[in-house]
Design a protein around this ligand. Sequence first.
Ligand SMILES: NC(=O)c1ccc[n+]([C@@H]2O[C@H](COP(=O)([O-])OP(=O)(O)OC[C@H]3O[C@@H](n4cnc5c(N)ncnc54)[C@H](O)[C@@H]3O)[C@@H](O)[C@H]2O)c1
Ligand SMILES: [Zn+2]
Length: 271
Amino acid sequence: SLLVAAGGGTVGDSVGFLAASYLRGIPWVSVPSTLLAQVDSGLGGKTGVNHPAGKNLIGAIWQPAAIVCDTDLLRGLPAREFVSGLGEMLKYGLIADAEFWCWLKAQTPALLKGDPTALNEGIYRSLQIKARYVAADEPDLSGVRAALNFGHSFGHALEQCAGYGHFRHGEAVIWGMRLAARASKEIGWLAAAAEAEIQAVLAALALPPLPDLDPEALLQALAHDKKREGATVQTLLLRQIGAVDSLGVELSTWRRWIGEFMASEGSHPVS
Ligand SMILES: NC(=O)c1ccc[n+]([C@@H]2O[C@H](COP(=O)([O-])OP(=O)(O)OC[C@H]3O[C@@H](n4cnc5c(N)ncnc54)[C@H](O)[C@@H]3O)[C@@H](O)[C@H]2O)c1
Ligand SMILES: [Zn+2]
């Protein structure tokens, strides 16, 4: 038997997990139908289902036999889903490829309009970058693949605290990348001009505003989400556009980063 997972990341993750579990594993094909799934979740073999106790607690790494990305499938996709997918694409530029970041900046209007030529190139380049990380660290053990989680510490905390469904995944990651860029500048890694450029590009995207959430609740969510040692959280920060690195950061520093970011970006009641 062969399972075909045609849908967004939710369908891909759960059908892939079914393929991994049924008869201890049958082949499956990934046909991602959202921009986020085409550039990210459709490739890499991470499958799973959510559990009330937490995200990503139940799952398997089980590679699809093939991944089919057809931009025709994206024609009726809602505007927010394009922003969400673009968030993960911009992440690839920021962590690994300054030239791709510049290309994405120039192509943002075309990508958000669903222009097939821009989408084809952007999806292909995104998958090339992701595939490099996955090939270097398929089981996600050496720390190499973890670089793909840039912006996800605060992003996951936001998704959880705002209530799943309030933010699209990529929208929360964009907020997370904005906080991480600011922190990267504060510790002296990222030049001020580069940080300003990142903030300007990301702030121009249409996103739900930061909700009025308790910074301490966000910190607790972040601390639980990460594999951490004592009071230190391994955190991905930028050395420059196109180069990410990991640093052990005290929870007390994270508390200050979150407080300052929430204060400077304003917060709005959760609707
Ligand atoms: N496995 C991984 O490596 C990985 C990576 C990133 C995210 N994820 C997971 O992926 C999920 C998010 O995926 P997503 O952003 O694709 O969201 P999603 O699967 O929830 O889809 C978003 C919405 O788009 C609709 N939709 C799907 N295809 C459509 C189409 N062609 N036209 C119109 N509407 C369409 C869906 O019905 C849904 O309402 C999260 O659960 C996240 O945890 C997994
Ligand atoms: Zn993501």
